[in-house]
Design a protein around this ligand. Sequence first.
Ligand SMILES: [Zn+2]
Ligand SMILES: [Zn+2]
Length: 285
Amino acid sequence: MNYSLQEPVMADLHCHTQISDGRLTPQEVVVLAARKGLSVMAITDHDSASGVAAAEREGAGRGIEVIPGIEFNTDWQGTEVHILGYGIDATAQMLRQQLAQLQAYRKERAAKILEKLRVSGIFLSFQQLSANVPGETFGRPHIARTLVQYGYVSDEAEAFRCYLRKGAPAYIPGYKITSSEGIRLIRQIGGVPVLAHPGKEDYSQVLPEWIANGLQGIEVVHPDHDARDEGFWLSTAQRYRLLISGGSDFHGPDNIHGADLGSKGVSLAVVSALKDQALRNQKEG
Ligand SMILES: [Zn+2]
Ligand SMILES: [Zn+2]
């Protein structure tokens, strides 16, 4: 199948909300998508699908199709690999169990980070942090925001640089499912697993294994990709007969992560191919 990346962007298939580490509520993201003239969007929060239902309801009233999605933060041999899932059953029992477990790990991890910060003379309570976590997913960006709020650092980038990033004093590695586990889980709940923003990583050794586990697409269009990356991953997708995807990785109006909603995305033909595949997966499942 051939895809033109030149067609107008009508669909932004990579958007975060407050449910994970975005700034806006699911409803607000859909309202913004309407203002940007998008006709399709996917809600792809990290390790959570809790924002999907509210976004779907808002979208129905505004003529915007919301694709139920998720973005799993997974581990492949010590490297963090993100796997997107499109067309998932956001209410599946199996997903709920897996996510509840991940959520619990993330909460524990946040508590451990606060303990480590205390060693550096920073005293934030769990309550102070929780006030900045609007959803159910505790992430380092929330800790960064809290550090800014209480004047310990001047911005979130400094919080990561001085305390939270790998190698910094308060770093705690996150628990992650493996990439293959993430791929299989997405298939089990009827979704299409897509390798997110591969960038300049070399996945040539592991790609066949992921495909054998059920990977069906590659995110070709992403703000971190330059034209060469797009070309490389488009041809890789074609070589392995994989679908493509794309989006802005929108996290909020300040664009600390990702880009403006609707500034990156794909045509409706790409959306149809993903939706058709999701339907086939659900029939097989
Ligand atoms: Zn990602
Ligand atoms: Zn993302």
